[in-house]
Design a protein around this ligand. Structure first.
Ligand SMILES: [Zn+2]
Length: 446
């Protein structure tokens, strides 16, 4: 039978019939926050919080944003609807267990019945943790991903939470993940549980007006990697079946519905990332990047990400002296989106042989000329296309540009191996020599 043109999403990538005996998963779930999108939508937070029945809410943000318009409108809107709101502005950018615990202690003391996170992924993730531990108190490591923590799930539903993102990157308003640095291990890890997904995401393009160029670039690259990694992740139908449906992970592997969101996000990123970073007055481009972040969030929140994220965690966690432009001064950090994009070219060279058509499809959407390209070209084509974006947006030239040398590779590998939640979704199994090679290849990109 003739294939209709454009049938690129589903292909024959998934096994959608059950085979006996069943050892791999045969079903997937799509969960999402309710998303309200549009300029000015922040002012609906009071109405929504009251509708959800909350009377006393904790508003979580970082010190840089505490006097911002987004936080101001949030506080006014809550007050106007008679909702008592208390501001917590102690969020750390790239949060740690210590800053999570500060927010949790504040939440427990405050006896809140609702939560609002205003800011980048750091503020929203901190808010999720505050809600989780204040609603169901536990030892800190209980809910943290295994093998670093115990990976327990919340025993019931949490209090209502509204997320109001002010950067166009993490998609945290749509996901059940919260990422932080565990200081004693110098490791980035997280909490992953559908229960911590915000009830509502208010996605307001007016809130990103003031983002510095480097922040816009890093958050845009995070979106790019969310869509590329979720689309190229191991298919859900290749993942081991859960013991019972309750244990099916939020990060399930690529599936036909997450694919649609990932590719819609990728198209929007391809068209908008450069104008959004280079021209802060281009409101249409910034608004589209915000929408793309949410689209990608729906995709990766249900499919997961893989090696670029897994390898970025030690890159950010073990930072030495690199201080990026436009981020709070004096604080050494490799922003999350920078960590993922600098490892992405070597990752896609490694994963392309498992599904070259998907890698070629991504390269084509990002603007590569794939006419006449063969399966063997897929990894290189996607990698070089990504490097063109990295150069164009003035990112450092690989991991050497943020202070790493070959002497750090063993520690970077050791920091990646425990990131099972994402590394196990790699479409190609990894081992230490493979990771070493990918880190080596990421040292200099051009
Ligand atoms: Zn990310």
């Amino acid at each position: 039978m003739r294939q209709p043109s454009g049938a690129t999403y589903v292909e024959s990538h998934y096994t959608l019939t059950s085979i006996s005996p069943i050892t791999t998963d045969t079903a997937f779930a799509i969960d999402n926050s309710s998303i309200h999108f549009g300029p000015g939508v922040t002012r609906e937070v009071g109405f929504e919080m009251r509708r959800l029945g909350s009377k006393r809410v904790m508003v979580v943000t970082d010190p840089r944003l505490k006097d911002s318009r987004a936080v101001g409108i949030t506080m006014e809107s809550l007050a106007a609807e008679g909702v008592d709101a208390v501001l917590f502005d102690g969020v750390e950018v790239e949060p740690t267990d210590v800053s999570f615990k500060d927010a949790i202690a504040f939440a427990i003391d405050g006896d809140f019945d609702g939560y609002v996170g205003v800011g980048g992924g750091s503020a929203i993730d901190t808010c999720k943790a505050a809600n989780l531990y204040a609603t169901f108190p536990a030892d800190f490591l209980d809910y943290v991903n295994a093998p670093i923590g115990k990976g327990k799930l919340a025993p019931g539903p949490l209090k209502p939470m509204i997320a109001i993102p002010t950067t166009a990157g993490t998609g945290s308003e749509t996901t059940g993940g919260a990422i932080f640095d565990l200081l004693e291990m110098k490791a980035k890890t997280g909490i992953s549980d559908r229960a911590i997904r915000p009830t509502i995401g208010l996605v307001d393009p007016d809130n990103t007006d003031t983002m510095p160029a480097m922040v816009a670039a890093c958050s845009g690259f995070d979106v790019l990697c969310h869509s590329l990694e979720s689309y190229t992740a191991m298919p859900f139908s290749d993942r081991e079946a859960p013991e019972d449906p309750g244990k099916r992970p939020a990060y399930q592997g690529a599936n036909p519905i997450s694919d649609v969101w990932a590719m819609a996000a990728l198209e929007m990123v391809a068209k908008n990332i450069i104008p959004a970073v280079k021209d802060p007055t281009d409101q249409a481009a910034r608004s589209n990047m915000m929408l793309a972040a949410t689209f990608a969030g729906v995709g990766f929140g249900n499919a997961g990400v893989h090696l670029a994220h897994g390898m970025s965690y030690p890159v950010s966690g073990m930072v030495k002296e690199y201080v990026p432009e436009g981020y709070p001064e004096g604080h050494a950090m490799v922003p999350h989106g920078m960590g993922v994009i600098l490892t992405a070219p070597s990752v896609f060279r490694f994963t392309a042989p498992t599904n070259p058509e998907r890698h070629l499809h991504c390269a084509r959407i990002l603007g590569a000329d794939t006419r006449g390209a063969s399966a063997e070209d897929a990894g290189d084509l996607l990698a070089t296309t990504i490097v063109d974006f990295i150069k164009e947006l003035d990112m450092p030239n690989g991991l050497s540009g943020v202070g790493y040398t070959s002497g750090d590779i063993d520690s970077l590998v050791a920091g990646t191996l425990p990131q099972h939640r994402v590394t196990k979704l790699s479409p190609r199994p990894i081992d230490e020599p493979n990771l070493q090679r990918m880190f080596q290849d990421s040292m200099t990109l051009w």
